[in-house]
Design a protein around this ligand. Structure first.
Ligand SMILES: [Zn+2]
Length: 409
């Protein structure tokens, strides 16, 4: 006989229809929703599906052609509000090597743009929400589902959800984590360095100062900074990436007087932007002391192509926070082992929730390497487990006294 504490979960899990889950994920992939020009078809489809499955759902209009989706299910007692969230937009499909919107199911995978990032996870959240809506007597508080436009470009509209119909006390972002629990998001540190030289004719290059050659001394010392080589058991190493380099070519047969490198650096919680800025300044000052010819300009904040580049610290939730420990406990029987803890390598809605003071973490089926790829796919077994995981997480968070006893903020 099953242990009584597992009974409500078993009851709900037994109602999940995985053919329906795969079919829903497939339908979502088949409705294109490229960031910034999502169209209303996808949002309306999601609302209709949720309503058909007994869930109160509606559109949050962003513009005449773009809308967020939100849904809510009230439990049978007062309690916290838990948000299951995932964006509904995708990267464009035109560079893919497979048909982007076929939603083909083959070799145990769902293929197509957005299958992994993140229509599969969103479908799993919708099916979990619908399943819980049939068993409101089994939990307290409010289960919210929210899906927004513009996460992958075109104006991210998550704030509108979380400040509006999806105000919540706890949040789960369903970005693909390979079924690991990610306890926050890395921060970012954009850095642009320009070396300034002295142009001369190539015939007398030794009389000039070559800005490209000078840059060659800058890049390796930054890569060698010890902060980029410290392994964190959860977050790994913070990556540094010299992403774009430009220099020379203004005049033929001349020594380049300018070279610019743009770095894309991601920050672990132990490396706040101010600390890295200090390390970069000190390192460059040392270099300049050793080479009086080295002239530099350094930018860590600039605007280009309608974007404001500036540093952002990592956002994290402690691995010992009750949200994390409760989710880990809830997932362990579903996964057959304790989920791995890690940090999400980029930004996602969890970082926004954490910055707003809402405990949040990331858990989702699918491998982030597949996101944005030319042949994006999602493993269907992970989709199945992810859906069961969302049910287990929601039921546990909306049942345990730690959260169920707390009044909504
Ligand atoms: Zn995503």
């Amino acid at each position: 006989m099953a242990h009584p504490i597992h009974q409500p979960l078993d009851v709900i899990l037994s109602t999940l229809d995985f053919d329906e889950l795969v079919g829903l994920a497939q339908s979502l992939v088949q409705i294109p929703s490229v960031s910034g020009r999502e169209g209303l078809a996808i949002s309306q489809f999601m609302v209709d599906w949720l309503r058909r499955h007994g869930v109160e759902a509606d559109l949050q209009e962003i513009s005449p052609e773009r809308a967020n989706v939100f849904a809510r299910v009230e439990g049978n007692r007062p309690g916290p509000r838990l948000l299951l969230n995932g964006h509904l937009d995708t990267k464009p499909g035109d560079t893919m090597t497979i048909a982007p919107y076929s939603g083909e199911v083959r070799d145990g995978r769902l293929w197509g743009r957005g299958s992994c990032d993140m229509k599969g996870p969103v479908a799993a959240m919708m099916v979990a929400t619908a399943a819980l809506a049939q068993h409101k007597d089994l939990f307290s508080g409010t289960l919210l589902f929210g899906s927004e436009v513009g996460e992958d470009g075109g104006g991210w509209k998550f704030e509108e959800l979380v400040a509006g119909p999806c105000q919540c006390d706890l949040g789960i972002c369903g970005e693909p984590t390979n079924l690991a629990v990610h306890v926050g998001c890395r921060g970012s540190f954009p850095l642009k360095i320009r070396t300034l030289g002295l142009a001369t004719h190539t015939g007398t290059a030794y009389e000039g100062i070559n800005a490209i050659q000078k840059m060659c001394s800058v890049i390796p010392v930054l890569y060698a900074l010890p902060c980029f080589h410290q392994e964190d058991p959860i977050w790994g190493r913070p990556p540094i990436n010299a992403m774009i380099i430009r220099g020379g070519g203004k005049v033929s047969a001349s020594v380049p007087d300018e070279c610019e490198v743009q770095f894309d650096i991601r920050l672990n919680p132990t490396l706040p932007p101010e600390r890295l800025a200090g390390l970069v300044d000190a390192t460059l000052a040392n270099l300049q002391q050793a080479d009086p010819e080295l002239k530099l300009e350094v930018l860590t904040d600039w605007k280009a192509n309608g974007r404001h580049y500036h540093s952002l610290p990592a956002s994290e939730i402690s691995p010992t926070h009750p949200l994390v420990t409760t989710v880990v406990d809830a997932l362990t029987p579903i996964l057959g082992q304790r989920p791995k803890l890690a940090g999400f390598p980029g930004g996602c809605s969890a970082s926004i929730m954490l910055r707003r003071g809402i405990p949040a973490l990331i858990f989702g089926p699918g491998d982030l390497h597949q996101a944005h790829s030319v042949d994006e796919w999602l493993d269907l077994e992970q989709l199945r487990i992810g859906c069961r995981g969302y049910v287990a997480i929601a039921l546990r968070l909306l049942s345990v006294p730690t959260f169920a006893g707390s009044e909504p903020a």
